[in-house]
Design a binder for this molecule. Structure first.
Ligand code: PAF
Length: 318
């Protein structure tokens, strides 16, 4: 992996050991840095216990790394609301289906660590797969209802993988607050349901905070997967948020929902998208599809593919 350009020297030497695939399991990175990296649960627990000993609040930002401004917005929000921030970076294999981008998923732990340090993160929890799923791991958390339509229909097992790893992360870090982007709107609904049903919201993850989607200047929702887009596809991808806004304006003005969504899909295909997995007007709480707005709080939720990359987005409709 090439060394990142702007990494401070002291961090750079240590960061060489930070590759998620190759890092030594029994090392942690201490010293003068703000962020302390833990690779084992024992080290993590000691760090968290020390930080929480005086009753301080701990905000957890779970991520799969390849951090961008969307993630850093979550970290900043966590810093505003909590005494200390812990960020987890773990590319969770159990939420990727066969043929999905698990191997290609960007991994850049040393650059991520530098960004987190600049944001004043206290703890970076970076387990490897063996630490997260030791031999003999047999537990699966499956949330019914909100996990079943939309991405759940296209990606069987995906939300089981998400719920299981997030439950583990809550138990490992024992945060008082946890922060998730609204860009993965269904994921947020699944995690809220799981935390409520498994009583994780007390004493851990007392509050689950959804943070509005951070967008590029042209409106495309930030995503670690945007880097897969060719220049041409990146140019066309902006049609997604633009056409969503236009469709929402029509729905809010009373146009027929089915006809509007059909025209929306045609617009995406016309702009160069290869397919639209779904484009749904959904109830904001239950995520049940709505044929008409009828005064409800709703969300337009979309997944569409361009040049082999699957993009998701959602926006409020009222
Ligand atoms: O949103 C993500 O990055 C992941 O789904 C999460 C919540 C970190 C679980 O692996």
């Amino acid at each position: 992996m090439p060394p990142p350009q702007r990494l401070p020297c002291r961090l750079h030497h240590k960061a060489k050991r930070l590759s998620q695939h190759h890092h030594p399991l029994h090392h942690d990175i201490q010293g003068e840095k703000t962020v302390q990296t833990a690779y084992t649960l024992d080290v993590l627990r000691k760090q968290i216990d020390t930080l929480a000993a005086d009753g301080s609040t701990i905000g957890l930002v779970p991520t799969m790394g390849a951090l961008h401004d969307g993630h850093l917005t979550l970290v900043r929000r966590a810093r505003e609301m909590c005494d200390h921030v812990a960020v987890s970076i773990f590319v969770n294999p159990t939420q990727f289906g066969p043929g999905e981008d698990l191997d290609a998923y960007p991994r850049q732990l040393e650059a991520d660590a530098a960004m987190l340090e600049a944001e004043g993160t206290a703890v970076l929890w970076a387990p490897n797969v063996a630490a997260m799923y030791p031999d003999g791991f047999v537990t699966n958390i499956s949330v019914t209802g909100v996990s079943e339509g939309l991405c759940g229909a296209d990606r069987p097992g995906h939300f089981d993988g998400v719920a299981t790893v997030v439950c583990k992360l809550f138990n490992q870090v024992r945060p008082t607050h946890a922060f998730f982007g609204e860009k993965d709107f269904q994921q947020l609904a699944v995690i809220r349901a799981m935390a409520r049903d498994l009583d994780l919201t007390h004493p851990h993850a007392r509050s689950i905070i959804g943070v509005p989607t951070v967008r590029e200047a042209d409106g495309l929702a930030m995503s670690s997967r945007n880097r897969y887009l060719s220049d041409k596809d990146r140019g066309a991808a902006v049609t997604l948020p633009r056409a969503m806004k236009a469709a929402i304006t029509r729905i809010e003005a009373g146009d027929d929902v089915a006809a509007t969504l059909m025209a929306f899909q045609d617009e995406l295909i016309g702009a160069g998208f290869t397919s639209v997995d779904y484009a749904t007007l959904a109830d904001s709480a239950s995520l049940a599809p709505l044929a008409a707005l009828e005064g409800r709080t709703a969300r337009l939720i979309v997944a569409a593919r361009i040049g082999g990359t699957r993009l998701i987005d959602n926006m409020p409709v009222s």
